[in-house]
Ligand binder design. Structure first.
Ligand code: ABU
Length: 419
């Protein structure tokens, strides 16, 4: 792979060969045996939307250069909000779920301290946010997870120390695919006047399924929701919505900087259509068309079927896995993340031995190396809390069949038969 940039240009044939090399050496994330991330698969309509978006090459920040996309973004956000359970509100597409979550933190803080932009953060008292242990490190106060939030325990935390301003709950955690009990958390937030943000980047698409949307029961009580249709809905990277219940223009008041070269107030159209001041970034990619076009083609019913099919295939995988020697579930999945250890022949029946956990944790990295070097499939692994490395299989690609689940189990057995 020749990456060096030179002073002379190359011929069209050479450029075509460069393109082939890029494709040859890149990971084919749309392949049905790519199980490594929370996204996989290629929807042809979403792809068409992405090609049109790239070709038109505009920025979502002003109506004057993105008239169709400004109107379309609002229509798509309105649809997503309706699935959350809101008939009004606000929102914006962001560059990924973490940025959506960060914006929610900004909004919760700004709502409580509207003068924080003028006074600066040092003028504010120490602030506390509450989140599940799954979410990460930092200064937030944590509750235990596996969907075991104890609201009473959290209330005890709220009463001491810094000023609480925000609770973030998760609908579909990254590794285990767990869903926090939103009704119970919303009760606590309501009692204490706290902003409730739901990180549904992964699990938000479950709202499309009449069968499974109960997992997010209570989400309509949130103040903000992050939802990434580029994950389970395969809209294509990236497509990450931040949805708000707010109708008071909080996004613009919090993030806006009124750049006079973009957001002139004496334009010939309604300047509320200039959405660029809703975010701290300036240029903003068009992320709505791929989802809009896919939705037009599939309809809400087609997308619902995809979600239901993913759940059904994950259940099939779990049942098949249980029939085989050498596979040990980490937990019964709530979602389409199937987490398990592959126990190789040399470790079977040795569960009681003192070095069992240590030896088991070394298995996943070896199998991963083997599958990547063979190019046969790709699945992620990680340690988690006190648990040693285990595989996280993600059943997300709409092209998957039961045969792919069988292949997956057979392939792990084949790759690990000599261990
Ligand atoms: N935003 C977290 C996604 C990580 C993953 O694909 O596993």
């Amino acid at each position: 792979l020749d990456l060096e940039l030179r002073s002379h240009g190359e011929s069209r044939e050479q450029i075509l060969e460069r393109c082939r090399a890029v494709i040859r050496y890149s990971v084919k994330t749309c392949h049905p045996h790519f199980f490594n991330q929370l996204f996989s698969g290629l929807d042809p309509h979403a792809l068409a939307g992405r090609i049109v978006t790239e070709s038109l090459n505009t920025s979502q920040y002003t109506y004057e250069i993105a008239p169709v996309f400004v109107l379309m973004e609002e229509e798509v956000l309105k649809k997503l909000r309706a699935l959350v359970g809101w008939s009004s509100g606000d929102g914006v597409f962001c560059p990924g779920g973490s940025i959506s979550n960060m914006y929610a933190v900004n909004l919760a803080r700004y709502q409580r301290y509207p003068d924080c932009k003028q006074r600066g953060l040092r003028a504010l008292p120490p602030l506390a946010l509450f989140t599940s242990k799954e979410v990460g490190r930092g200064t937030g106060l944590h509750w235990a997870t596996d969907s075991n939030l104890q609201p009473a325990e959290s209330e005890t935390y709220i009463l001491r120390g810094a000023v609480p301003f925000l609770v973030t709950a998760t609908s579909g955690t990254t590794v285990l695919g767990a869903f926090d009990p939103l009704e119970a958390i919303a009760d606590v937030c309501q009692r204490h006047g706290l902003w409730l943000h739901v990180d549904a980047a992964w699990g938000g698409s479950v709202l499309l399924s009449q069968t499974h949307r109960h997992l997010l029961a209570g989400i309509q009580r949130a103040d903000s929701v992050a939802w990434n249709p580029h994950k389970l809905l395969t809209a294509g990277l990236q497509c990450s919505a931040l949805l708000l219940r707010d109708t008071s223009n909080l996004l613009k008041r919090c993030h806006g900087s009124q750049a006079s070269y973009l957001f002139q107030q004496d334009k010939f159209y309604d300047v509320a259509l200039d959405t660029g001041d809703k975010v701290v970034q300036c240029g903003r990619r068009v992320d709505c068309l791929k989802l809009w076009l896919m939705w037009k083609a599939q309809g809400g019913q087609g997308l619902e079927q995809r979600v239901d099919q993913a759940f059904a295939l994950a259940r099939y995988l779990v049942e098949e896995l249980k029939k085989r020697e050498g596979f040990e579930l980490v937990m019964e999945p709530e979602f389409v993340n199937v987490c398990f250890w592959f126990v190789p022949p040399s470790l079977r029946g040795k569960q009681g031995s003192p070095d069992y956990a240590e030896r088991l944790a070394k298995v996943a990295p070896v199998l991963k190396e083997r599958m990547v070097k063979e190019g046969s499939m790709m699945v992620g692994y990680q340690p988690h809390g006190t648990r040693g490395n285990f595989f996280r299989m993600v059943v997300a690609n709409p092209a998957l069949t039961q045969a792919d689940m069988d292949f997956f189990l057979n392939e792990l057995e084949r790759l690990g038969q000599d261990l």
